[in-house]
Design a protein around this ligand. Structure first.
Ligand code: KG4
Ligand code: ZN
Length: 337
């Protein structure tokens, strides 16, 4: 079976062709980062319009790279939600129309299920069950994953997502949007021991997160500090250390609570090298295993949507003829395969 996957939930246009026997045949990504940089965040209307411009050329390129004709495609998967409604509708309309024209089924994919299953694109893939830490720009959650579609949310952010906290703090430090990777880079030249940020909600039981306090703490710290490059790097270091530490504490708790020994991390923030290495160290100590997607599939991409869509299509899930988007959509409401 061969699936065309389309991702347009936010500011990345992603397209991929995935074959269940041959693996990933092509993937294309266009990032709108430059378009939104001047505004310091994603402007939804600009995002939708740019998806309209970029999506069809990217599909053509992916089909060409995969050496595919429309006849070779058995289904079209698209991100149905959660995300920006206008952006989602672009992917949804194109996917639904192409599937209709090609006489194949269309299948709507939950964006976070796409992230969650992204490590399955690589070898070795994690086996079920596992605990998943999903950390993106819009979501932060710990999930008990017993199988595809069997998701129990163990904890989630009560305010900002981890990526959002990275982006907002980066902005306070004068970095461009999206600031997460830039803040991480600045932190590389920071020195430990100069600043100490809180580890929110770790002093009480439970698996929920709260990151908005860290951003406020960063704002106050920056206001009181000198504006020299080394000081800014030291603040970035302390902020990143606090986020990573908090995530580690909660992951350890989730593993203990569920009795599971396998951890999967996914979503944009899973590209953070400090987080990856700290989780690796923790799992060695706990005699468990950690899995994460390859760097390019941590952030939004079409490959994860093609993969998740294939699993759902194989289980018989198909969309009707209407174009649908679901900007708000609970991960727990998905059906088990
Ligand atoms: O999953 P994603 O591409 O989009 C959403 O679904 O939200 O995640 C994007 C988020 C942004 O907030 C970005 O700053 C953050 O992931 N991010 C990082 C890193 N790379 C991306 N945060 C920290 N360190 C990184 N290396
Ligand atoms: Zn995402």
């Amino acid at each position: 079976m061969r699936i065309l996957g389309i991702e347009t939930s936010c500011d990345e246009t992603g397209v991929a062709v995935y074959d269940d026997k041959l693996g990933l045949l092509a993937h294309e990504l266009y990032s709108q980062v430059k378009l939104h940089a001047d505004y310091g965040g994603v402007v939804p209307e600009l995002a939708s319009r740019d998806h309209v411009r970029k999506l069809l050329p990217l599909i053509n390129k992916a089909m060409l790279d995969a050496n595919c004709q429309p006849d070779d495609i058995d289904g079209v998967a698209f991100t149905k939600g959660p995300g920006l409604v206008g952006a989602l509708l672009v992917g949804s309309s194109v996917a639904r129309s192409l599937a209709y024209a090609w006489g194949v089924p269309a299948v709507g994919v939950h964006h976070m299920e796409g992230h969650l299953l992204a490590p399955m694109l690589d070898d070795p893939a994690p086996e079920f069950p596992f605990v998943a830490l999903l950390v993106s720009g819009g979501h932060s959650m710990l999930v008990n994953v017993q199988g595809i579609g069997q998701y129990q949310i163990l904890g989630e952010s009560v305010d900002d997502a981890a990526g959002e906290a990275f982006d907002k703090t980066a902005k306070l430090l004068g970095l461009d949007y999206p600031g997460g990777p830039l803040l991480a880079k600045l932190a590389d030249s920071g020195e430990p021991g100069h600043y100490s940020f809180p580890r929110p909600m770790t002093d009480r039981p439970g698996l929920d997160f709260s990151f908005s306090g860290l951003k406020t703490f960063a704002a106050n710290t920056i206001r009181a500090a000198n504006d020299d490059p080394q000081t800014r790097a030291n603040i970035a270091y302390a902020f990143q250390e606090a986020v990573v530490d908090t995530l580690i504490i909660k992951c350890r708790r989730a593993l203990k609570q569920t009795g599971l020994k396998r951890l999967v991390i996914a979503g944009g923030v899973s590209a953070n090298r400090q987080l990856r290495s700290a989780l690796q160290d923790m799992m060695v100590k706990m005699k468990g295993e950690v899995f994460y997607p390859r760097m390019e599939f941590c952030t939004d991409n079409g490959a994860m949507i093609a993969y998740a869509g294939m699993q759902r299509l194989k289980a018989g899930e198909v969309e009707g003829l209407a174009t649908k988007a679901q900007p708000r959509w609970s991960l727990e409401s998905l059906s088990a395969l």
